[in-house]
Write a protein that binds this ligand. Structure first.
Ligand code: FE
Length: 339
């Protein structure tokens, strides 16, 4: 009868068994699940690049931000999602407030993303910047007439202004950041002035507002810069020009599109790796350029098209204000009849 194996002979067999166990376990089959309010064509190229670099697979679902937040809330601990990607600091702040995101710390993210563009608790990080700025009809406006957001309340713009509805978070965040800058009373006067100058009822989206300006139904509007990029790409002959306001004082209002790790992520390490990758030199242009946005990582230059809009001074306001003052902003807009 063959003798029993000695401890020395057993050890390599044991090690082999352990390594087989880990290779077969779900821990090793690395993947990360993303809920994204950014459209598939804006995120898929970066996820593919991430998988190529790390071997970690990315599964994703896209939907409107409200639906994704409701889903995370309903799924609770059972959620398969590891990462939430959405636009606007107001939405990211709301997700954090609702307890859907987890504080993470990462020296890479802290080095790549400026303090202004991320949550102080590490619950969300900006990955691209969009400017909420002015677009005017060059056949009807001399750019020397334009100066600031506040000046759009001047009666000289009566019947010349178009605005998107106050129901969209973009305007809520803009007004919230104006409250942080000017206080509530002064902001109320400014927004009241805007409403008095409207040429039409508030419009359903930024593109429609620019189409109204192009058609001569109003002279100037306030939009996120990437909508200007998208519209001019398809209709380059429209008489629309982008204008950077407040260059003599506080700078242009900016906002972000960004991401956070979910509270109940089952693949936290892989999720952090994905965020780090998205903030890196390799992915920042993929993230920003595809939507005519500005990279959040200051080491990276925007695309040639976005660069062609000219350099401008950005407001140094911390993105957190968009969330903290959102409810105050909504009430203010309601009070002055901004629908
Ligand atoms: Fe948008």
């Amino acid at each position: 009868m063959t003798s029993l194996l000695s401890a020395k002979q057993l050890l390599p067999i044991l090690l082999l068994c352990i390594s087989f166990f880990f290779m077969a376990s779900p821990l090793h089959a690395q993947e990360v699940v993303v809920y994204s309010a950014r459209m598939e064509q804006l995120i898929k190229p970066m996820f593919d690049a991430f998988t190529t670099e790390t071997g970690i697979k990315v599964k994703f679902t896209t939907d409107k931000e409200g639906a994704l937040l409701a889903r995370l809330q309903a799924e609770g601990k059972r959620t398969p999602a590891d990462v939430l990607i959405t636009s606007d600091a107001g939405n990211l702040w709301e997700a954090a407030r609702a307890g859907l995101l987890k504080s993470i710390s990462s020296p890479i993210l802290e080095a790549n993303i400026p303090v202004q563009l991320r949550d102080p608790q590490g619950q969300w990080y900006g990955l691209s910047i969009r400017a909420r700025t002015l677009v005017y009809n060059k056949e009807k406006v001399d750019p020397s007439e334009l100066s600031t957001y506040e000046d759009l309340a001047n009666p000289k713009w009566k019947g010349r202004l178009c605005l998107r509805s106050s129901k969209k978070v973009y305007n809520q965040s803009l007004v919230a950041m104006m409250i942080a800058e000017h206080g509530e009373a002064k902001t109320e006067q400014i927004v009241k002035g805007w409403v008095a100058n409207l040429a039409t009822e508030p419009l359903s989206d930024d593109t429609k507002a620019m189409e109204y300006v192009a058609a001569g139904r109003c002279d100037v509007t306030l939009v996120n810069s990437y909508y200007y990029g998208r519209l001019m790409e398809t209709s380059p002959n429209l008489p629309l020009v982008i204008f950077w306001p407040n260059q003599e004082n506080n700078g242009v209002h900016i906002n972000i599109s960004g991401a956070g790790v979910t509270q109940h992520s089952k693949h936290e390490a892989a999720a952090i790796k994905l965020l780090e990758f998205l903030s890196s030199e390799k992915a920042q242009n993929l993230f920003a350029d595809v939507n005519f946005e500005f990279p959040a990582n200051p080491q990276i230059k925007p695309s040639p098209v976005v660069t062609s809009w000219g350099d401008f001074k950005k407001s140094p306001m911390n993105m957190i204000k968009a969330g903290e003052l959102q409810a105050t902003a909504v009430k203010l807009m309601d009070r002055v009849g901004y629908r």
